[in-house]
Write a protein that binds this ligand. Structure first.
Ligand code: ZN
Ligand code: ZN
Length: 159
């Protein structure tokens, strides 16, 4: 397990360990309960909660694993505008038969999915500011599109 950057698999491994700990506690508790000596039987009272706590830990670890997996599926600082663009040329994409390509001569960018109806997965590189001061952070391709089509905004690289 990598302690520096735990993965969902690391968390699930821990969750499984917590589950098996809970089971082992249950076994020990049952064994103590079945003993004849009253003092030993009573000594097991703390274990009633202990197994439940271990199961709680397992659930917390599972939930964390799930969230880490969702985070991993979304690029950090993705542009996220509702439609895709060519990272080099902007709004120059056409889609046919569920596949997209850039129409600029010599670009050659193609995508095996309908990029026009997919939120933009490219990394944020520019900040667009309109006349009211509202800002939006976008990728290279969307910055090109904003420069070309919208006149009253400023487009600046994010450093
Ligand atoms: Zn292109
Ligand atoms: Zn974009």
């Amino acid at each position: 397990m990598s302690v520096e950057r735990p993965t969902p698999a690391d968390l699930r491994e821990l969750a499984a360990a917590a589950d098996s700990l809970a089971e082992r506690i249950d076994t020990v508790r049952a064994a103590l309960r079945a003993e004849d000596a009253g003092a030993r039987r009573r000594a097991g009272f703390r274990l009633d909660d202990a197994a439940g706590n271990a199961r709680q830990a397992s659930r917390a670890l599972e939930d964390t694993a799930g969230e880490l997996a969702r985070i991993a599926a979304t690029p950090e600082h993705a542009c996220g505008i509702e439609w895709g663009v060519c990272p080099r040329h902007g709004s120059t994409i056409t889609t046919t038969g569920g596949r997209s390509r850039c129409t600029v001569d010599g670009c050659g960018n193609t995508w095996g999915y309908d990029r026009l109806s997919t939120p933009c997965p490219e990394p944020v590189t520019h900040r667009i500011t309109d006349t009211t001061g509202a800002t939006q952070d976008v990728c290279d391709g969307h910055a090109i599109g904003a420069r070309d089509r919208i006149t009253d905004v400023t487009v600046e690289p994010i450093t």
